[in-house]
Design a protein around this ligand. Structure first.
Ligand code: CA
Length: 232
């Protein structure tokens, strides 16, 4: 397997050095830059396997960097944050992060999280492996596992990685109720410290995208105390 390449975006050189050291010791190839603008230039030019992104950068803050990054790339992102108030935004994943660590942190712990996320990214296929015959899929939806996309009433949806995996799973088993914990296992398997809110947040953003196609349809149903299902 090729050596994973990680871009570390951190303006404090002492912190960056310990991260680079921990990642390299773990057999990863890590590069470093200190500015958000520079990170975006590099990420446009060269594909990375993962980005470690500090929230507090001297030019553009990490949230903005991530938001821009998501317009052209699905590369996994781990945020470094010094402030507990920022965690809610990160955990809500509204900005498309995969995980976070709070400063001060142990570089070993960060390296472990990087490994978990790289493994998770490589395992992105299980949803496709579960594909059901077309007749058993919910009719309003069309799942194209090879293109990793889902159409709703004939319209391909613009989904983030986890929104796609969540919807693909529901579409393949219409009517089946999935508990949050099951969704965590099947969609976010291997995630460390993930919380129920991650599922809820993704259901919310997914519903908003489905509503754009069909304002009246509410195909994802909440079963109070039980979980979610797809009803069509
Ligand atoms: Ca900083």
């Amino acid at each position: 397997m090729k050596q994973p390449s990680i871009l570390v975006v951190e303006d404090e050189s002492a912190i960056a050095d310990t991260i680079l050291y921990a990642l390299c010791t773990d057999g990863m190839h890590a590069e470093h830059c200190t500015l958000g603008s520079e990170a975006l230039i590099r990420l446009r030019a060269q594909q990375q396997d993962l980005v470690v992104l500090d929230v507090g950068l001297p030019d553009i803050n990490g949230f903005e960097v991530c938001r821009t990054l998501r317009t052209f790339s699905d590369v996994p992102v781990i945020f470094l944050t010094a402030r507990h108030e920022e965690i809610d935004r990160i955990v809500g994943l509204e900005i498309g992060a995969d995980d976070y660590v709070v400063k001060p942190f142990s570089p070993r712990e960060l390296a472990a999280r990087v490994r978990v996320i790289l493994r998770r990214a490589r395992q992105a296929e299980p949803v496709a492996a579960l594909v059901m015959p077309a007749a058993e899929q919910a009719e309003a939806f069309r799942h194209d596992p090879e293109g990793a996309r889902v159409a709703y009433w004939g319209q391909w949806l613009d989904l983030t990685r986890y929104e796609y995996r969540l919807l693909a799973l529901l579409v393949q088993h219409p009517g089946r109720i999935y508990a949050r914990a099951q969704l965590m296992d099947l969609v976010w398997h291997d995630a460390l410290d993930t919380v129920d809110r991650i599922v809820d947040t993704h259901v919310k953003t997914l519903r908003a995208k489905l509503r754009e196609v069909d304002p009246m349809g509410e195909p994802i149903r909440t079963h109070r105390g039980m979980g979610y299902s797809l009803e069509v």
